[in-house]
Design a protein around this ligand. Structure first.
Ligand code: ADP
Ligand code: MG
Length: 348
């Protein structure tokens, strides 16, 4: 499917298949087309080209209320003049469900989102997290085929966001509902999803499981967008057994990958995969090692962020558990090691 606004290709020739019961996340920077893609599924935006199907049934030709989707928004979109129960019952009333059934279904779904005793409260009496639970309950009560969530947690503070993401995931698993979740938060995507689609400028960069997106990024963009990494550029100098030897300035790195001698490549090496070696310590078998000058050191409690200068113009970021800045500064030159299998090489 595609969707353009004038000359802007908001969603640009995207093909996706999402499994029944899957928690599928659209992840990407602001403006990459996530909301537009979600809105075309809900029917709030038309397609410029393509089709959307639920199973065998084509749904992009149906009006929004006949698609059987529920959508949760960032700003909750709760009716302030209705109670919590009234908000949740709204969609059922609109579908002329009998009153007795409404009562029962509202009570059941309020239990699901842990708001059993809140049915008579007014929205202004609720916290942000509770309001978002009402919004989710209001969608779930109509038993949608697909639950669509557009950055539902971004108005909440950091701690609550972490709690709520676990809660939403648990609910989705319990109900076995198909969920399409939009976020620009990498950690949220990793924590919640069965699969992630990383988007960039209306196109899909990679669709894969969280661990594969993180450990085997398909492009330099995915490597950099997904967490923090060292993205280095070098020239293939030859092979060392199975590994490539890649020259970066005066330094050589070993990396698992395929490329020809003399080829210019870039590669990603995650800060947390680099291990500092103590004085006299040798690297594990099969690992590469290098020496570096200590750059800046940032002590963050659980981890310490370190910059290592190798050669004149290459800086490597390292994230190390359980190391104190003073210990490092006393050493002068630092030795470090890495596993060549944890390097991802990109050709071209
Ligand atoms: N109603 C609209 N009219 C014109 N341009 C739009 C409209 N909605 C979105 N866009 C444009 O489409 C692109 C994708 O937007 P959007 O889907 O909101 O991205 P995201 O949700 O990833 O931040 C952006 O360039 C945005 O400016
Ligand atoms: Mg958006």
């Amino acid at each position: 499917m595609s969707r353009s606004f004038g000359t802007v290709r908001a969603v640009d020739d995207v093909s996706l298949e999402i499994q029944d019961g899957e928690f599928f996340t659209l992840l990407g920077p602001s403006g990459c087309g996530k909301t537009t893609l979600l809105r075309t599924i809900a029917g709030f935006a038309d397609l410029s080209a393509g089709q959307i199907r639920f199973g065998q049934k084509r749904i992009d030709t149906l009006p929004p209320h006949r698609r059987n989707t529920g959508m949760v928004f960032q700003n909750y979109a709760i009716f302030p003049n209705l109670t919590v129960g009234g908000n949740v019952a709204y969609g059922l009333k609109a579908r002329s469900v009998p009153e007795v059934q409404i009562k029962e279904r509202v009570a059941r779904v309020l239990r699901l989102v842990h708001l059993d005793t809140y049915g008579d409260r007014w929205p202004h009496q609720l916290s942000g997290g509770q309001l978002q639970r009402v919004a989710i309950a209001r969608c779930l009560v109509i038993e949608p085929e697909v639950l669509l969530l557009d950055e539902p947690l971004s108005n909440l503070d950091a701690k609550l966001r972490v709690e709520m993401r676990a809660e939403i995931r648990e609910l989705q698993q319990q109900l076995k509902i198909t969920a399409i979740y939009v976020t620009h938060d990498q950690e949220e995507a990793l924590a919640m999803s069965d699969r992630i689609a990383v988007m960039r400028a209306g196109k899909l960069e990679q669709v894969a499981r969280p661990q594969d997106i993180y450990r085997a990024p398909a492009t330099p963009f995915v490597a950099e967008f997904m967490g923090t990494t060292n993205l280095l550029r070098g020239t293939v100098a030859g092979r060392a057994g199975e590994a490539l030897r890649i020259r970066v300035g005066q330094q050589e790195f070993c990396a698992a990958g395929k490329a020809g001698e003399g080829e210019s490549v870039s590669f990603s090496l995650r800060p947390e995969t680099i291990r500092l070696l103590g004085p006299g310590e040798t690297p594990p078998t099969g690992w590469g090692a290098f020496e570096a000058r200590l750059g800046s050191v940032e002590f963050l409690g659980a981890i310490t962020r370190i910059e290592l200068q190798i050669g004149n113009d290459t800086m490597l970021r390292v994230a190390s558990l359980d190391v104190l800045p003073d210990e490092l500064k006393a050493r002068g030159r630092i030795a470090a090691a890495y596993d060549p299998r944890r390097i991802t090489v990109f050709r071209g």
